[in-house]
Write a protein that binds this ligand. Structure first.
Ligand SMILES: [Zn+2]
Ligand SMILES: [Zn+2]
Ligand SMILES: [Zn+2]
Length: 202
């Protein structure tokens, strides 16, 4: 089977084809990044051997505000900065493909998990504070917050409040500057498609 002769859009050199295992295909960006010299361009190909470049979408990088690229990782699609590895901006998508805004990192307590004795993490949930094992997902242990002594709860509630104030999660914005709130069911759209839509409306 013949492959089209293509040159790299980044450096102008001839592109070469490599056969990758299915797992490696998902890690193509990481593999390209580890290539020893020069240009790091790599892309999966379609049935005709043409590169399928990652799509630019209407979500801005939380660090540098460039439009993010939709990529496929081991745990499904996610958005990452076109300037990776210089910029590590990443936005996660949930199973339905909606943007999941980052959460406050959990607060580690000195309360023990009753399954594995590791420390429990304290987080704010929809129904108030809750305790989960710091070894999750290895250990699925939970702590009984409501069964703690009242003074213990008061102490940790105050510490959690301070912790959340000191560690606000970064706000995720669309490329037109709108803040994407948790639960707003924001599905990233390819940028060029969005431009086409706006032209139609005009
Ligand atoms: Zn190149
Ligand atoms: Zn970035
Ligand atoms: Zn545990």
């Amino acid at each position: 089977r013949s492959r089209p002769f293509l040159t790299c859009g980044d450096c102008g050199e001839k592109l070469t084809y490599s056969k990758l295992s299915p797992e490696d295909k998902e890690r193509i960006v990481t593999i390209a990044d580890a290539m020893p010299v020069g240009c790091k361009y790599a892309a999966p190909i379609d049935a005709q051997g043409r590169p399928v470049n990652p799509e630019e979408v209407n979500v801005a990088c939380p660090s540098c505000e460039k439009p993010l690229l939709k990529r496929k990782g081991r745990f499904g699609p996610f958005l990452s900065c076109p300037d990776y590895p210089t910029c590590n901006g990443v936005v996660n998508l949930d199973r339905k493909g909606y943007v999941t805004p980052p959460k406050v990192p959990p607060l580690e307590t000195d309360l023990e998990c009753n399954k594995c004795e590791a420390n429990l993490y304290l987080r704010t949930g929809a129904r108030g504070p809750w305790l989960g094992c710091s070894k999750y997902p290895k250990c699925k242990g939970r702590g009984a917050w409501k069964k703690l002594e009242e003074d213990v709860r008061t102490k940790w509630e105050a510490l959690l409040y301070e912790h959340e104030k000191l560690n606000p999660p970064p706000k995720i914005k669309s490329t037109d500057g709108q803040v994407i709130e948790a639960g707003s069911e924001f599905a990233p759209m390819p940028l060029n498609e969005q431009e086409a839509l706006q032209e139609d409306e005009a």
